[in-house]
Design a protein around this ligand. Sequence first.
Ligand code: HEM
Length: 433
Amino acid sequence: MATQERPRLDPATARQVIDPSSYAEWDGLLDTFDRLRAETPVAWVEPEDGGVHPPFWLVTRYDDVMRMSKDNATFLNNPHTVVFSLTEGIEFAKAFSGGSEHMVASLVTFDAPIHMKYRKLTQEWFMPKNLRTVEDEIRAIAHAAVDRLLAGGGEADFVKTVAAPYPLHVVMQILGVPEEDEPRMLMLTQQMFGGSDEDLNQSGMKDLPPEAITQLVAGAVKDFEAYFAKLTAERRASPTADVASTIANAVIDGEPLNDRDMMGYYIILAAAGHDTTSASTAGAMLALARDPEQWARVRADRSLLPGIVEEAIRWTTPVQHFMRTAAEDTEVGGQPIAKGDWLMMNYVAANHDPAHFENPRRFDAARSPNRHLAFGAGAHQCLGLHLARLEMRILFETLLDRIETVELAGEPARSRSTFVGGLKTLPLRFTPA
Ligand code: HEM
């Protein structure tokens, strides 16, 4: 297909869509998505100079994102990267991995038939029935988080004291990583995924020369391997009920997982399980802190809590997009798509589509139905969605028990990131119950 037939996004809008800073300026971005959904719901994004990033289709309508998510034969997670990256980041991943655009092979980078074989290994573990066995552990972590909040003497940054550390503790606990090793794990994940711009800033790698970054990432992978090799040996010798034991003792087609695949599994769980839930937790708190009456209502009637949790996940949409590659010539929303084209399913845009969500920018705890796309859909739908909901429910039950009133004590701020994003600060004032 000739490039000129594609409805190309104007340069200013294209820059906005790929610029991490735009995601910190949420309302302006939502305005743009409203316009695109109405005018060019499947738009071609190609850099003017041709080189900053590979071109892709931006898909903004709910129905189109839903259809793509569910058609896993036409819209593949391989071979192109599943997270938007600049060309520089993709080249880095290729050099590092020996040719693949993915830094690490894992569930999100596999397609059928291998994907389902890997996913099945832990699927049962993440179902509500099994999660009931870890509820008490999660509740203890929630209480420790609220202790930290209360120790602040009536004012604190909710993100730093609660929303960020709480899901990290939970995911590390289920992975069998002891608390004293958490900072090391956090640093390793940040260094591993430091190939893209915003992550580079977070891990302090931004100003290093490329060779030093390669060495650092290679070192992080080695460290990870060594760490999890030890954990795997322990869990094979004496299995526990944690998910690390499930992975360590897993068998596919009669063979145990090799070290590389096992590491990919541990890493995807460690990486997928904390920033995401942290963002939706902070978003729920922002909505409640802005509306003291709602806080009082849900304190008195806990049956309102699941609606608040679900709406917070839609309203924040922590995973802002995933990418797919067209397996064949096809169409999306009537727009012809060529085999091999890269497409961005923008969950933020889809979850603010007025065709499915009335007054979508409003936080509406009673929204029903609320079939949002924050967890994706289809074969890759979030493996941890029940865990994320459970973590949020338990934390808010604990907060509602122990905190009488809550209000904003300053301006919240959002992180700069095209992929996983949300609040990075949320100053609160509160009175203990
Ligand atoms: C996949 C969102 C929490 C583990 C995904 C996807 C999204 C997502 C959008 C891709 C879906 C698709 O391609 O259709 C979220 C959000 C969370 C959250 C918004 C919190 C509010 C978690 C947690 C875990 C987790 C707590 C586990 C500890 C995973 C894994 C995948 C995944 C392993 C890959 C699944 C696959 O490719 O088969 N998540 N997630 N997520 N998530 Fe989550």
